[in-house]
Design a protein around this ligand. Sequence first.
Ligand SMILES: [Zn+2]
Ligand SMILES: [Zn+2]
Length: 226
Amino acid sequence: MGWLSDSPQLLILKDCLARRLLSCHVYPELRNLPESAQGEELELADFSAFLAQEVWPTLPPSFREASFETRSALPDDLDSVPLDSTPVSFVDTLVSYGITADAEGAQTLLRKVLAEYVSDACAAPPVWSSTRARECEICEREIPLTYHHLIPRATHAKALKKKWHPASMLNAVAWLCRPCHTVVHQIATNEELARSYHSVDLLLEREDIQRWGKYASKQRFGVRRG
Ligand SMILES: [Zn+2]
Ligand SMILES: [Zn+2]
């Protein structure tokens, strides 16, 4: 999914499409998708990614750049936004899988998805201090924690300019013990961290982090006495 990861907004749209498709009773039909080698969840991911990618370039820029900071640029009445340029591929795919009956149905579905997308994309940023964990988010030990900027500060200007992340995400933090924090900065440069490891989940997908976390979880903190 490399092509999707460059725009956080596109990922939000994909997730909204996936949620909407899951709520369609006809979703089991998608099991018949041609490239269905890896299970239903991946099919839904691929299917919603395809639809998101098809419709994305046709959306007004104010939609594509929707965020907490830019929400005033969006029209008050979302239903008034013309969707005349909805691509044929988007409509035909929905119709051919029996998800909607016709082009009108596809537009109705798209409007519902867009309303959810706008609400998700423009949600107020989380208060990061409230995300504080009691245990290190890598080794799960209850020991003194430091906070790690998932998008390192040194990369913030570039991250904004290149639209890697919306401004509201820049101060996302992970709560890590000192040893785990050090390891995170050893496995990747600041720019790699900002681009590819901007969540704890992404960090935990790495095998070296998993191995380290397993090791660290068994280590006692501090000097053993007595
Ligand atoms: Zn740790
Ligand atoms: Zn750090």
